[in-house]
Design a binder for this molecule. Structure first.
Ligand code: SAM
Length: 281
């Protein structure tokens, strides 16, 4: 238990995510605690590995989490875990963690547009076995020749990962997963959710994309549209993280903006400067 009285929890999500925001869960919990009592909801329009969301669910801080990601690979992985947890856990326990599997998964994800269990598992496999958790565009941990100090299975603890998947399966009725554009998800959420009891955590791709870490289906117009939606007053409670970019400082100049330093790679200790913008009605 930490001094704040909030238990310290390590990863619950089965994914690694470059720039993942699991570490913000204590801050988000404090934000949730000031919402009206009763069934609280947490929603992420750009969920990726949803590191913070699943910790909040595990802590019992929220009744439901609503996750959304436009990428069919990310959606497939979540959908497969939530709807077929036993099959997914069995794949984790039995799939050979080696270069032939890595190449075969890479073939499955390249150019894939239709969600499926196979695409979901291939995405998960690459996330756990590629450098920094990057699904497309990074090599395997340990290098193509597997001569590195760490090998391809360094981040693939079968038992731990299968347990995380089974736990997610056991609470799947409290996790909703969507594959929509974030702006569509936000606009539909206004009718799907009790907004006074919902905290939105919004973690979009950077305005300045520094390399292709994951899908970036945003552009300047959409960053502006997102700021219009968030600041229109329709959504009362939200927290937003972004790269520290002049466009963002300008768009949100009437909000509270604080600095945030986020780890992108454990290997080379790369950190990025981000900002955290928060709004409560
Ligand atoms: C910064 S990552 C989110 C990381 C996440 N907060 C975590 O802790 O794991 C951004 C995510 O947004 C998704 N994405 C990109 N453009 C999108 C869009 N227009 N609508 C919805 N999701 C999008 C990407 O696939 C990626 O998974």
């Amino acid at each position: 238990m930490s001094q704040s009285g909030i238990p310290t929890i390590r990863s619950v999500s089965p994914f690694r995510y470059p720039g993942g925001k699991a570490f913000l869960y204590k801050y988000l919990l404090q934000r949730l605690n000031v919402l009206p009592g009763g069934q609280r909801i947490y929603a992420e329009p750009f969920c990726g590995g949803a590191g913070a969301a699943v910790i909040l669910l595990k802590l019992g801080a929220v009744e439901e989490i609503h996750l959304n990601d436009a990428d069919p690979k990310v959606f497939s992985a979540w959908d497969a875990i939530l709807n077929q947890p036993e099959r997914f856990a069995a794949e984790i326990m039995s799939t050979p963690i080696d270069m032939p599997t890595w190449y075969s998964c890479r073939e499955k994800v390249e150019g894939a547009t239709h969600p499926s269990f196979e695409l979901g598992f291939a995405t998960f496999f690459l996330n756990r076995t590629s450098r920094s958790g990057i699904v497309i565009g990074a090599g395997p941990i340990g290098g193509y020749d597997q001569r590195g100090n760490w090998k391809i299975d360094a981040r693939f603890n079968r038992k731990v990962l299968a347990e995380r998947v089974r736990w997610l399966g056991s609470v799947s009725d409290r996790i909703k997963i969507f594959q929509e554009d974030a702006l569509t998800f936000l606009s539909r959420s206004t009718t799907r959710l009790r907004l006074d009891r919902t905290l939105f955590f919004v973690d979009p791709p950077y305005v300045t994309a520094g390399g292709r870490l994951y899908l970036n289906a945003m552009n300047e117009g959409k960053h502006i549209a997102l700021s219009d939606v968030l600041q229109s007053g329709t959504i009362p409670n939200w927290v937003l993280t972004y790269d520290d970019h002049p466009l963002i400082r300008d768009l949100y100049d009437t909000q509270d903006i604080s600095d945030l330093s986020v780890s992108y790679s454990l290997q080379n200790k790369r950190k990025e400067r981000e900002v955290l913008i928060s709004h409560a009605a």
